[in-house]
Design a protein around this ligand. Structure first.
Ligand code: ADP
Ligand code: MG
Length: 129
């Protein structure tokens, strides 16, 4: 109902839920950007397009979930861009266009490896689209 949804913000450090070591880094948006999401937007995994600064546009999947920092009272928004970047882009402006909904959020008490599996299968599903 709210799609497509556009937003942008400076990439901040996350809480290590997406993980580079597991091959799925997730760029986190600051609180203000997340607070601007429509209040009734469903949590889950979405897909769309993203660019960093004035760089190229790439496919992305973004998880809208609950932020453990705020005892899951606030949402979080983490974007995995399907592109290999030469270096990290903390502090740069991330532009995101959310186009569609892939699947609901898995139980957020699951371990982070399950979160990674959810991301990976979402990425696979997206490639098959
Ligand atoms: P954090 O917990 O700080 O978010 P992550 O392990 O999730 O740490 O890594 C996220 C960071 O990795 C991003 O902020 C960004 O600077 C960098 N990064 C590099 N490649 C990508 C990518 N393809 N998608 C998202 N972030 C990426
Ligand atoms: Mg992250």
């Amino acid at each position: 109902r709210h799609l497509p949804y556009f937003c942008r913000g400076r990439v901040v450090h996350g809480f290590g839920r997406g993980s580079k070591q597991l091959g799925i880094p997730t760029a986190n948006f600051p609180e203000q950007v997340v607070d601007n999401l429509p209040a009734d937007i469903s949590t889950g995994i979405y897909y769309g397009w993203a660019s960093v600064g004035s760089g190229d546009v790439h496919k992305m999947v973004v998880s809208i979930g609950w932020n453990p920092y705020y005892k899951n009272t606030k949402k979080s928004m983490e974007t995995h861009i399907m592109h290999t970047f030469k270096e990290d882009f903390y502090g740069e402006i991330l532009n995101v266009a959310i186009v569609g909904y892939l699947r609901p959020e898995k139980n957020f008490e699951l371990s982070s490896s399950s979160t990674m599996e959810a991301y990976k299968s979402a990425v696979r599903a997206y490639h098959e689209t």
